[in-house]
Design a protein around this ligand. Structure first.
Ligand code: SAJ
Length: 419
């Protein structure tokens, strides 16, 4: 349930991706008049036809409700609105956020921007990007304006719930701007909205994702140690986590998504006084795909498999989503394809440029070596014993269980289990 009444303002959400579209629909559901702007004509046509450009839990239902309310319009032509919420990608160039799409969005807003209009940046930006680059850019229009940075905090797979229930950080250019944007967001956010400056808001976001990246790297290093010292890291982690102040993350084949492998670079190498935990962590995470490839090569060599077919289970960057951005599957597949024939399956991903996605059954019937990259629920019900062609199963997520291998004649390995 929305906390506050509709704002009575027209809101334009710029960029209808994984964050922009759910945000626009939640604002529209709360009764605000929302315009969704995107430069991608195909996406707008899809939305006009009642189709969603990606899958996300609860989004079809929300879209249907909003269509009935007639509070959301998708468009490729920018129009005047009281508030512009910018949710476009900020790719990583070198060690900083590439602001080109935000700058392009601001340029398209400029001709229609009203006096006393508001700009909110949801896209992830570097800690000082708002104060040093984006606010001055808007100030140069010489029109009175409000400006805030409200970094998105929602996790793919549970986006809508998190958008409504998570606490949010709203960093305004002035305290009055902060207050204005908090009032607007409280039309659909039930979590507490905390006011601060643009720089603290941006830093907070980078710190959140850095915290996660560093903790995943620690788990990954523990996995490598466990393989050397011949113990099962998963058992050790679950026991260590019984300690009231320990929460070790899960090791895996590498870190994907648009945020965790990228945002920490905005901080890494800022200081030179001490060795950087952040840079080291990112390097560890980036090394995991080649570690997986080495494990596969070792098993193939040990078993002397001739021209083996490798079956990759999962292309998305994490469980039960169709999002493949920065997936560790890509470097793993690329490297394996240099030597082997590789088949790929993913229940959520139907196509990917330059790749053929096959059905799970076909992969299980044809592959000699199975490499499980993504922990999709579907894989926990595969019975590997039914496929005599399979010589090796490498589970990089520790989701497979004994019941799936009762009469299995091959080798079942789990990343981080050196026992
Ligand atoms: N992963 C591990 N081990 C773990 C947890 C995750 O290997 O213990 C891997 C995942 O498989 C995946 C990657 O890390 O490849 C990232 O997944 P994730 O679920 O940790 O995070 P994202 O990228 O989907 O979303 C994160 C979230 N940030 C935090 O949890 C601090 C989300 O709240 C942010 O909104 C999002 O980044 C973002 O857009 O910044």
């Amino acid at each position: 349930m929305p906390q506050n009444k509709p704002s009575g303002k027209t809101i334009c959400v710029v960029g209808l991706g994984y964050i922009g579209l759910p945000t626009a629909l939640l604002l529209a559901d709360a009764g605000n008049q929302v315009l969704g702007f995107d430069v991608d004509q195909i996406k707008i046509k899809q939305l006009e036809a009642g189709l969603l450009p990606f899958s996300e839990h609860g989004l079809p239902e929300l879209f249907a409700t909003v269509q009935n309310k007639r509070t959301f319009t998708a468009t490729t032509s920018i129009q005047s609105a009281d508030v512009y919420i910018i949710a476009v990608p900020t790719p990583h160039t070198g060690k900083s956020a590439d602001l080109q799409y935000i700058v392009a969005a601001l340029s398209s807003i400029k001709p229609v921007f009203p006096k006393n209009g508001t700009i909110v940046i949801e896209s992830t930006v570097g800690p000082r990007d708002c104060i040093d680059i984006l606010e001055p850019l808007v100030a140069a229009w010489e029109i009175p304006f409000s400006f805030a940075h409200c970094p998105e905090r929602a996790i793919p797979g549970n986006t809508l719930h998190e958008m409504v229930h998570n606490e949010r950080i709203v960093g305004g250019r002035t305290p009055a701007d902060t207050k204005k944007v908090i009032t607007l967001y409280s039309t659909f956010v039930q979590g507490k909205l905390h006011g601060t400056t643009t720089t603290v808001a941006a830093s907070c976001k980078v710190m959140e994702n850095t915290y996660r990246a560093v903790n995943i790297a620690l788990a990954n290093e523990f996995a490598l140690i466990a393989e050397q010292l011949e113990f099962n890291v998963w058992e050790a982690i679950s026991l260590a986590n019984k300690h009231p102040r320990v929460n070790i993350h899960a090791p895996g084949p590498g870190v994907g998504g648009h945020c965790i492998p990228i945002d920490p670079w905005f901080f890494a190498q800022t200081q030179q006084e001490v060795p950087s935990v952040i840079s080291t962590a990112l390097t560890i995470n980036d090394t995991m795909p080649s570690h997986v490839v080495k494990q596969v090569e070792r098993e193939i060599k040990l078993l002397k498999l001739q021209k083996p077919v490798i079956g990759i289970l999962g292309l998305s960057y994490k469980k039960n989503v169709d999002d493949t951005r920065e997936s560790p599957g890509f470097p793993i597949i690329k490297k394996l394809q240099e030597t082997f024939s590789v088949m790929i399956t993913d229940p959520y991903v139907t196509h990917s440029p330059a790749m053929t996605i096959t059905s799970l059954e076909e992969v299980l019937h044809s592959a000699d070596v199975i490499v499980l990259i993504t922990d999709h629920d579907e894989y926990t019900s595969c019975n590997f014993s039914s496929y005599p062609n399979i010589s090796v199963v490498l589970d990089t997520r520790n989701i497979l269980s004994e019941i799936q291998f009762v009469k299995f004649q091959g080798i079942w390995k789990t990343l981080g289990n050196g026992a």
